[in-house]
Design a protein around this ligand. Structure first.
Ligand SMILES: [Zn+2]
Length: 148
């Protein structure tokens, strides 16, 4: 690997970002020792406690506090509110659904293929639609009158 302006520039940049020498070596496709040696020859400033960083595992690098360009977090919290609002909008229609039960008035003779239920929208609180609920009430009334 030949050191040229571009690779030296990358080394300076990565070094300034505080990457470990091993990580810089990975990115520049050179050995860690080459990074250390070149940094020494370039008289690059020593990073704060590089030894501790390497000991704690180079991969788990703490986020530098000087990173001010982190406006990615506020949009995240904003997007959390959006689904909640849409959920609330869905809720009313979900509550309405159980009221519109189909009329279970039997039509035709049970056991035959033509047998089916009315299935019209039932009156609230009753198992039949308006038409069949009226018939059902008449029948009950008739039976009571017969019994009396
Ligand atoms: Zn009906």
């Amino acid at each position: 690997m030949e050191w040229n302006e571009e690779s030296i520039g990358k080394l300076r940049t990565l070094w300034a970002e505080g990457l470990s020498t091993a990580e810089i070596g990975r990115r520049l496709n050179i050995s860690k020792n080459a990074v250390v040696g070149k940094a020494h020859r370039l008289n690059l400033p020593a990073r704060p406690s590089p030894i501790r960083r390497q000991e704690s595992g180079a991969a788990v690098r703490p986020v530098p506090p000087k990173r001010a360009h982190g406006p990615t977090l506020p949009p995240l919290t904003a997007s959390v509110g959006a689904p909640t609002a849409s959920l609330r909008a869905v809720m009313p229609s979900v509550k309405m659904a159980p009221r519109a039960t189909p009329c279970c008035w039997p039509i035709g003779e049970p056991g035959k293929p033509s047998f089916h239920f009315c299935n019209a929208a039932a009156v609230a609180g009753k198992p039949y639609c308006e038409e069949h609920a009226a018939i059902a009430y008449v029948r009950v009334r008739d039976k009571r009158e017969d019994a009396a």
